[in-house]
Design a protein around this ligand. Structure first.
Ligand code: BTN
Length: 254
């Protein structure tokens, strides 16, 4: 069970959590957020699930949430940056998650472009940001999944070798309600008082592949380059044979 009461009593947010909806089981909290948005819900909505049966990842991948053990949450926010800087939405969220976790456990979590969360080359969490545009601004549906209390055998065989959880890393069973409240408190702070240079600096600090060779898809082919940094718009700068390429797709491998 996930206690919404305990979660809510630890939430200290201005924006996120204006309405909280909890499902014992659902297909996907991101899909729920869209359904609720179309029924009139607005900025600040939070959807939490104790189990997800059709969790969605980036690039049409699946996301597995282990019932009772993982965290699956989606939030609805309005556009916070100008359109040309909308890449910064994706940069801000992993920082909030890392700082929220660090409030409880000082462990070295890193980011893989654009916003996968890793501990020592094993995936700890992922973020799926979806958006809808209207004439005046955009609305963002930000879903994140974190492996929290899973033991290694709780992960399906195909991802076991590449996955880890906070419990595996810290050796402690973690109160998911407290963890989620800490994370949303940090995301909310970053959203309500946006400091672009802080977000970019923090992202670069936690990124695990600055100045490393990476493989990306471009113009139908695959190219290798050195991941240099992110720019003021939240896009990646990749150096290929001395030339900088601006990039906002996924990395294929490192
Ligand atoms: C990825 O790493 O590819 C992103 C995974 C995002 C998973 C979360 S879990 C909560 C929310 N609901 C979904 O269906 N997906 C996101």
């Amino acid at each position: 069970m996930f206690s919404v009461e305990l979660f809510q009593s630890n939430l200290k947010t201005k924006l996120i959590g204006k309405k909280i909806i909890y499902y014992a089981s659902t297909k996907s909290t991101n899909s729920d957020v869209w359904d609720l948005y179309h029924k009139g819900e607005n900025e600040g909505l939070v959807v939490i699930a104790n189990d997800q049966t059709k969790g969605r990842g980036r690039g049409k991948k699946k996301w597995i949430t282990t019932k009772e053990l993982g965290l699956a949450c989606s939030i609805l926010i309005k556009q916070k940056f100008n359109l040309e800087k909308n890449g910064l939405h994706a940069i801000l969220i992993p920082i909030g998650i890392i700082l929220g976790i660090k409030n409880m456990y000082d462990i070295p979590i890193s980011i893989k472009w654009p916003n996968d969360l890793y501990y020592e080359n094993k995936k700890l969490g992922g973020i799926l940001i979806e958006s809808k545009y209207n004439s005046s601004n955009s609305i963002y549906n930000i879903g994140f999944g974190i492996n929290v209390n899973e033991s290694i055998n709780d992960f399906p065989k195909n991802i076991k070798n590449y996955s880890t959880s906070l419990k595996i890393v810290t050796g402690e069973k973690i109160q998911r309600e407290l963890l989620l409240a800490n994370i949303l408190n940090c995301i909310d702070k970053n959203l309500c008082d946006i400091k672009e240079s802080f977000i970019i600096k923090e992202w670069m600090k936690y990124c695990n592949h600055i100045n490393s060779e990476i493989l990306i898809k471009q113009n139908g082919g695959k190219i290798k380059g050195i991941f240099k940094k992110i720019n003021q718009r939240g896009q990646a700068i990749i150096n290929k044979n001395g030339q900088n390429i601006i990039f906002d797709g996924p990395i294929l491998n490192i």
